[in-house]
Design a protein around this ligand. Structure first.
Ligand code: F6R
Length: 609
């Protein structure tokens, strides 16, 4: 949440900062601000989206070649210009942007007030600004000393970029549990909370660890540990393509990313399957370990949790290992009792979700092995997990996940098939058949995009004024209903609920009336007749039904609008049925005239609890 950028080099900073903030807007868009250092430090802020800040500075001549910027997702204090970053210390010695949350800010405010500091905003960030100033002036031992003392006193998560008035041509940064990368090229040094913001300028980056700090000079970066000693860091190369962070002719990132699914699914499959053989062992995990797990716990948030729900059906059925799926924010605080012979799998696109990171740490503290399924290389969860299986979705910019979700599912299929093989729960022949069918998924996904998009686009306008929607299915169709429902509500703001089809009659069916939208997903042969009966029940109460069914299941008689998806193995249907669900959410939202890439109140990477 919140995005931060910085640049120190030969070129004018303003365009680099605005460009970076545009790429980071998915991290928060309540307000934005920049601080540019020429002779003096000048700060500009505006409430609302970045465009407001751009308008505000359009006629300004800003020649400074060093600066920091911020796009905000409000935590402490309402979205307003006053609460927007950058913030300055009382006498302007320190200027700072911050991503994260300071948990003990009340205690720190009290301390600073005793030293006559005044506070002008409602943010926790201003505390950091003044605390650095306090230590800087009290001990007079320079920026790294002041930053380290501040880190020691502060509880919470943060990534900060700081300008010291007395230290021109330097940007100081530090982090704990909030993302931060530092890039370099011949034109200068860059910082950002996420890769897309600097991808245009450099692919050479340093990852800075928790409780470390760095000084960005114009031509080099110096890293420090918490003792203030200089430390070495390895320069790494980002593999993502620049075009992946651009819209490339699409109207929105969400529809671009929906359309990228066949390609990124294929890439992810090819990363782990070669010549009909699965290889997930470059992650470091061994066959022996995989064989030994007696219990699997899957922990994640939001859509990633829905991947976990799908995975539970597939893993249990294929491997016969018991699986529990848990919402990360609940897992941590219920003092879970974990089987020491178990495996905890954390799923996260960003690799920075605070609750998922906390769940990972909880598992590690109990001595349980952890495996992370992650999209962003070098992210906190990826660095802390025992093993990582990466999804190859590339940068996902739209706030609502689509392509990362689909690649996470693929990794789970691969994992489940491999464990089933090792545990001899499937024959060699089943193994090959499953792999061959998995390799067909990208083509079937492409077929859906090519053949169903137009029909969905047309029908979507009929529902742009709908107040409620219900998604129903059984087994894996229920699991994917959860995702379809979340997708619709988060981008269109239409209330929607997903229900196990058989559960509807235990209460929720009373909400069905004339023209209530019900989306029925019917792909699982073993239970399809039962789901159809449930659809008949809602139809007879007036519901308008969109039926999404596998080729061999006929829902046309019961549906007002039927969508057919190609036949596949029962486990893989979620990879196909999710596509029409994403398209329904996208086109209904477009018809409502809403900003589909940046839904209100949301941010891409949820780094606060
Ligand atoms: C919904 C969505 C969120 C994320 C959730 C977890 O479209 O994107 O529900 O799935 O916030 O995020 P990651 O995967 O980054 O941990």
């Amino acid at each position: 949440m919140c995005g931060i950028v910085g640049y120190n080099g030969k070129n004018k900073a303003v365009n680099i900062l605005l460009d970076g903030l545009e790429k980071l807007e998915y991290r928060g868009y309540d307000s934005a601000g920049i601080a540019i250092r020429d002779k003096e430090i000048e700060i500009f802020k505006a409430k609302g989206k970045l465009v407001n800040l751009k308008d505000k500075i359009a006629d300004k001549e800003l020649n400074g070649t060093c600066g920091i910027g911020h796009t905000r997702w409000a935590t402490h204090g309402e979205p307003s210009e006053n609460n927007a970053h950058p913030h300055s210390s009382n006498d302007g010695s320190i200027t700072l942007v911050h991503n994260g949350i300071i948990e003990n800010y009340h205690e720190l405010i009290d301390k600073l007030k005793k030293h006559k500091y005044k506070f002008y905003s409602d943010t926790d960030t201003e505390v950091l600004t003044n605390l650095i100033d306090y230590y800087y002036k009290k001990y007079k031992m320079g920026p790294i000393d002041a930053i380290n003392r501040t880190m020691v006193r502060t509880r919470g998560s943060y990534a900060i970029a700081v300008l010291f008035k007395d230290h021109p041509d330097e940007i100081w940064v530090a982090r704990k549990d909030s993302p931060m990368i530092i890039g370099t090229n011949k034109d200068g040094t860059y910082l950002s909370s996420d890769v897309p913001a600097i991808l245009k300028y450099t692919k050479k980056v340093y990852y800075i660890d928790n409780l470390e700090a760095a000084c960005l000079k114009k031509d080099k970066v110096i890293f420090y540990n918490l003792n203030g000693d200089e430390i070495e860091k390895e320069l790494k190369e980002i593999k993502w393509d620049i075009s992946a962070a651009e819209k490339e002719g699409y109207e929105h990132f969400m529809i671009k990313e929906i359309n990228e699914q066949p390609e990124v699914i294929k890439k992810t499959i090819n990363n782990y399957i070669y010549k009909n053989k699965i290889d997930i062992y470059k992650s470091g995990i061994t066959e022996e370990e995989l064989k030994s797990f007696k219990q699997i716990y899957i922990v994640a948030c939001g859509s990633a949790y829905h991947v976990g729900v799908c995975a539970q059906y597939v893993l249990e059925d294929l491997t016969r290992i018991p699986v529990r799926v848990e919402i990360a924010s609940e897992f941590r605080y219920r003092r879970p009792i974990l089987d020491k012979k178990g495996l905890v799998i954390i799923i996260s696109q960003s690799g920075e979700t605070a609750d998922s990171l906390a769940a990972l740490r909880e598992a590690k503290s109990q001595g349980i092995k952890t495996l992370a399924i992650i999209n962003v290389v070098g992210s906190s969860i990826a660095r802390e997990a025992d093993y990582v299986l990466y999804t190859l979705a590339g940068p996902e910019i739209a706030v609502a996940t689509t392509k990362a979700f689909s690649t996470q599912l693929i990794v789970f299929y691969i994992l489940a098939i491999e464990i089933a093989r090792i545990k001899k729960k499937i024959t060699e022949r089943n193994y090959i058949e499953l792999i061959e069918e998995l390799e067909n998924i990208p083509y079937k996904a492409k077929y859906i995009l090519d053949n169903l998009t137009r029909g969905i686009q047309k029908i979507a306008s009929k529902f742009s004024h709908t107040k409620d929607a219900f998604y129903i299915g059984r087994n894996l169709d229920y699991a994917i209903s959860l995702e379809g429902s979340l997708k619709l509500k988060e981008v269109s703001y239409i209330h929607s609920e997903a229900y196990a089809a058989g559960e509807l009659k235990h209460g929720t069916i009373s909400l069905i009336e004339d023209n209530t939208l019900v989306i029925g997903i019917v792909t699982q042969e073993e239970v399809y007749e039962k789901t159809i009966s449930n659809l008949v029940e809602v139809k007879s109460r007036g519901a308008y039904i969109i039926g999404i069914a596998a080729e061999n299941i006929d829902v046309s008689k019961i549906s007002d609008f039927a969508l057919t998806i190609p036949k596949t193995n029962k486990y893989f249907y979620p990879s196909l049925s999710v596509i029409p669900l994403q398209l329904i959410a996208y086109y209904i939202t477009i018809d409502r005239g809403l900003d589909v890439d940046k839904p209100r109140n949301l941010a891409k990477s949820v780094t606060v609890e």
